[in-house]
Design a protein. Structure first.
Lengths: 266, 322
């Protein structure tokens, strides 16, 4: 069998393992769906009248707050899943199954990418489940937007998954995961355009606006937002793509037994 | 053989580009009219008018457009093709809203400052009658058979019923605070009057001039004081009314059979008046404070676009261009 054949078999095995893990954890799916729905149906309800004062692209008219936060909540699903995947890697390392995986006679970058792809596919499935529930609550998007969003979701999913991978190489034990929550997920989510548009941030503080504008999660959310409205945001695409490469680079470096964090952990 | 086809195609192409229908919007603070192309949903022309244009209506054959230039104390008559003001009509002071009688000749004009309704003959350009009504008249309507004209007075809170043959009042009915707009529907058997401060629409039986029912509006998360019904229009067959709710920034969809509110649609700030396109599939609402016109898809009841126009858009009128 050719090298490519081996590589594809390995990829399929890793992706299937991710899928099986997801299927066997029904609670995880429900939790992943409930989290954004609570934001959409409870949090957003209180802010119904807060927006609708300024029309910014890609919107053509005034929108309710529920409509505004849908792309941000898609990003939230991808973000939490990326971190969940990182958590599972830490668990794998503790259980020893990672050693088995990393000793496969294939490039480490390929194995990591396969892992990334597996978790991204699972994330996107959850995003569409969320969009379906939102649609049932009459929060609808242009029909073509559901299709146009797919590539944006893939790229954003890869970026956030790569971030999770990179972080997991730095986390020694499962217990440290709470720190990741506090220092990565929350700032990344709240300091972005997921919950408020950037012009709203600029009204309260220019500094806050600048931090949000530099946050790669903002660009991932904007990429999804524009795609959901069958529009294209080149800047968001470039930044999300660059961030994916950088995070992936960190992950490969972090998992390199010769140079990365793995050596120090012994 | 190919040439005639090509010619026909070119002609068809040219005719469709030239024949896109329009929505004319008066901009109260800019003293202009913004003309919106119904196909492209863009402003394609801006036309100067007299001071503070508000009410706007086309003649039945669309050959002229009448504009209430409130601060010029005139009703202006414009050629819609050239945008040229042909002449002014004697309108009385501060004309705000008016309605063209089905005879296509007489304009019934509400003179806000003088508490009168002025009837003008557009052909002889003379005032035919002046009828004393309540204080601050605003809303105007004429029944489809042309026999009854209605003026609503904002401060007296009444709908005044005028016999158009004698030009005399024959009934006055109380409505809620600050009535703004009136429309006859169901072949003139029913009259709807919106009350801005009262936050209601009163529905009258025209034969008896008695109130049949009252429609209330309630929006979650919006203070009731901000829910101020003003202009409204009916879909084909008078099945549903779309009601502008002023500073609540929403348009309500009311079932005209059950009188129940079925939906609220978010539009721009301080939505005031509106008009439909030709087949009533699109609705154009004027949003005064945000200075734009929101386009609503009538079937899905969703706002699809907001178009920037001049400052404080007020009235809207449809113009076919064929």
């Amino acid at each position: 069998m050719s090298g490519l054949g081996h590589a594809l078999i390995a990829m399929r095995a890793i992706v299937t393992r991710e899928a099986l893990r997801f299927v066997h954890q029904r609670e995880r799916f429900i939790a992943a769906l409930v989290r954004p729905l609570v934001w959409l149906l409870v949090f957003a309800a209180g802010f119904r009248a807060a927006l609708g004062l300024s029309i910014t692209p890609p919107y053509q008219t005034y929108i309710t707050y529920e409509t505004y936060i849908v792309p941000g909540l898609c990003g939230m699903i991808l973000l939490f899943n990326g971190m969940q995947s990182s958590l599972s890697l830490v668990y794998d390392r503790e259980m020893g199954s990672m050693r088995l995986l990393l000793t496969a006679p294939l490039s480490r970058a390929w194995l990591l990418f396969s892992k990334l792809l597996g978790s991204t596919i699972i994330s996107i499935f959850q995003v569409y489940a969320f969009l379906l529930v939102a649609w049932l609550f009459d929060i609808t998007l242009p029909p073509l937007g559901y299709v146009a969003a797919l590539p944006a979701l893939v790229l954003a999913g890869l970026m956030l998954g790569a971030l999770g991978l990179a972080l997991s190489s730095f986390i020694k034990q499962l217990e440290n995961f709470a720190g990741v929550m506090n220092f990565v997920i929350f700032p990344m989510f709240f300091l972005s355009s997921a919950l408020y548009p950037l012009w709203k941030m600029a009204e309260s503080s220019e500094l806050l606006h600048d931090i949000c504008a530099a946050n790669p999660f903002t660009h991932a959310v904007e990429l999804i937002r524009f795609a959901l409205y069958v529009d294209f945001n080149g800047t968001a695409l470039v930044w999300t793509g660059l961030a994916t490469l950088v995070f992936m680079g960190f992950a490969v470096w972090g998992y390199d037994p010769a140079r990365g964090m793995m050596t120090r952990k012994g | 053989m190919k040439l005639p086809i090509l010619t026909a195609l070119t002609a068809a192409l040219l005719s469709t580009t030239a024949l896109a229908d329009e929505i004319w919007v008066t901009n109260e603070k800019d003293d202009t009219i913004s003309v919106i192309d119904v196909e492209t949903l863009d402003v394609i022309r801006t036309i100067e008018t007299g001071e503070r244009p508000r009410g706007i209506t086309f003649s039945k054959d669309f050959s002229v457009v009448y504009i209430c230039a409130s601060d010029s104390d005139a009703v202006q008559v414009m050629d819609p093709n050239t945008g040229e003001i042909l002449h002014d009509l004697p309108s009385g002071e501060d004309p705000e809203q008016f309605v063209l009688h089905p005879d296509n000749r007489h304009l019934y004009i509400a003179n806000e400052d003088d508490a009168i309704t002025t009837v003008v003959d557009t052909e002889t350009r003379t005032v035919v009658a002046q009828i004393d009504v309540g204080i601050e008249p605003e809303g105007m309507a004429v029944s489809p058979d042309g026999k009854i004209a209605i003026t609503t007075s904002e401060t007296t809170n009444m709908a005044h019923w005028i016999d158009t043959e004698t030009q005399q009042l024959f009934a006055n009915t109380l409505v809620d605070s600050r009535p703004r707009h009136a429309e006859f529907i169901k072949e003139g058997t029913e009259l709807w009057v919106s009350a801005e401060i009262g936050g209601t629409i009163s529905v009258f039986d025209v034969a008896t001039q008695t109130e049949k029912t009252k429609i209330d509006f309630e929006l979650p998360n919006i203070h009731p004081d901000r829910v101020q019904p003003v202009g409204f229009e009916f879909t084909t067959g008078d099945r549903h009314a779309f009601v502008a709710l002023g500073p609540s920034n929403h348009v309500a969809v009311v079932n005209a059979e059950t009188y129940e509110v079925e939906e609220y649609i978010l539009v721009g700030r301080r939505v005031w008046h509106m008009d439909f396109n030709r087949d009533r599939t699109l609705l154009f609402t004027t949003n005064g404070v945000s200075g734009d016109v929101t386009v609503i898809d009538v079937a899905s009841r969703k706002a699809i676009k907001s178009i920037k126009v001049g400052r404080f858009p007020w009235g809207a009128a449809f113009r076919p261009t064929d």
